[in-house]
Ligand binder design. Structure first.
Ligand code: ADP
Ligand code: MG
Length: 398
């Protein structure tokens, strides 16, 4: 796969060079304060590598959704402050409203080896999200080299992710490198058996992922609300569970394709059901996969968990995307918790992607025992769909 062939940050000779780095500093904010700085912390590896190798580091990112023009609410000022604290050195912000302006140029021209500066929010510029090449050129004019370390926006061709790489020799930073190598290996040359677990709310969100994975996995395990559309396709009773009526046929054809390809596709054997979308109504676990009239499945049952465990026990590569039930309610988080725990004990490459599944794994405290937690919701889904991500594709080949 071509994305595995891209230059890494250590392939570049960065000493005394100005290196423009696209980071993902799109952190959650409340009243002008950063509420979770993990994205900034995780960018430090690439930044520190560059400063320790005598580069002059020019950082850029987007933050929130400004209306394609300067808006002080979305200024990178708090990010510059947090970076200064974390790096224990001053990281000045170039305060140009058009991102690449006089202040940025002045700061850049005064940089010494090991210095770090930050540009303003790239989404202040109208052309950024259209991959305007004038803006890309202006960004590139500040530097000698370009490093992309923002996986979460790598599936979008923007001036600061794809465009700029047309004008500078480039490489992927450590964060993107990890995403690409771990997920790339799973998709290209996985250790087997390779099991994918898909769940979450909708089949429609993940049809392309299922299609792509059917060519690669040995076993596909399906849970979450998505299971009911498949269940309906094989004639199991689903009660009032969430079904995508217009996707029942697609589900049937995916089941057919799994059979043709010799992929074992496993649906839940039992469910935790109740009468309303609530944790207050009475609930029970069904005897089999049929759900009685008037009941909806909000989680997988115990037999299913045992079955999933038996399948996962021997796996050498596992990709998990989408919770097994309505994990937001403790009562229906049992299946999701169980899968997270099973994964944490496996002697396998384990990869978790998807906004809600990664949140669940982190909240449950299993993050450290998972090989890789993909940081970009949309980007990791497109990666699993087998798409080429433009922000990575644009990077120089090795
Ligand atoms: P991810 O963000 O990990 O890709 P999704 O966004 O596809 O996952 O799905 C997550 C949502 O699916 C959660 O809000 C969860 O409550 C919901 N969900 C899972 N199982 C069920 C179910 N049985 N019935 C209704 N909703 C469900
Ligand atoms: Mg989600």
């Amino acid at each position: 796969m071509s994305m595995l062939n891209k230059k890494r940050v250590y392939d570049l000779d960065v000493a005394d060079k100005k290196v423009l780095v696209r980071c993902d500093f799109n952190v959650p904010m409340e009243d002008g304060a950063i509420t979770d700085d993990r994205r900034i912390v995780s960018a430090l590896e690439t930044i520190t590598y560059l400063t320790e190798h005598d580069a002059k580091v020019i950082l850029m990112s987007h933050l929130g959704r400004p209306d394609k023009k300067y808006d002080p609410t979305f200024s990178m000022k708090p990010i510059a402050k947090r970076l200064s604290e974390l790096l224990k050195k001053e990281v000045p912000l170039a305060e140009d409203e058009n991102v690449v302006g006089e202040h940025a140029k002045e700061l850049v021209s005064n940089m010494n080896k090991g210095d770090v500066i930050l540009l303003e929010n790239v989404r202040f510029v109208k052309g950024e999200t259209k991959n305007d090449l004038e803006f890309a050129k202006a960004l590139a004019s500040l530097a000698d080299l370009y490093v992309n370390d923002a996986f979460g926006t790598a599936h979008r061709a923007h001036s600061s992710t794809a465009g700029v790489a047309q004008f500078l020799p480039s490489a992927m930073g450590f964060l993107i490198e990890k995403e690409v190598t771990v997920m790339g290996k799973a998709l290209v040359n996985p250790d087997r058996p390779f099991v994918a677990i898909l769940g979450g709310s909708k089949v429609s969100d993940k049809i392309s992922v299922i299609e792509n994975l059917l060519d690669k996995v040995d076993t596909l395990v399906i849970g979450g609300a998505m299971a009911f559309t498949f269940a309906k396709a094989i004639g199991t009773k689903v009660g009032i569970s969430k079904v995508e009526e217009d996707k029942v046929e697609v589900a049937a054809s995916l089941l057919e394709r799994a059979k043709e390809k010799g992929v074992r596709l496993i649906l839940p054997l039992d469910y935790h059901v109740t009468t309303e979308f609530s944790d207050a109504t009475e609930s029970f676990i069904t005897d089999d996969a049929n759900i009685p009239d008037g009941y909806m499945g909000l989680d997988i049952g115990d037999k299913t968990i045992q079955e999933f465990e038996a399948v996962l026990k021997n796996a050498k590569t596992v990709v998990w995307n989408g919770p097994m039930g309505v994990f937001e309610m403790d009562k229906y988080a049992v299946g999701t918790k169980a899968v997270a725990e099973i994964l944490s004990h496996l002697d396998a490459v384990t990869i978790v992607g998807g906004g809600d599944s990664t949140a669940a794994v982190e909240k449950l405290g299993y993050a450290d025992s998972i090989t890789h937690i993909s940081t970009g919701g949309g980007a990791s889904l497109e990666f699993l769909e087998g798409k080429v991500l433009p922000g990575i594709d644009a990077i120089s080949d090795r």
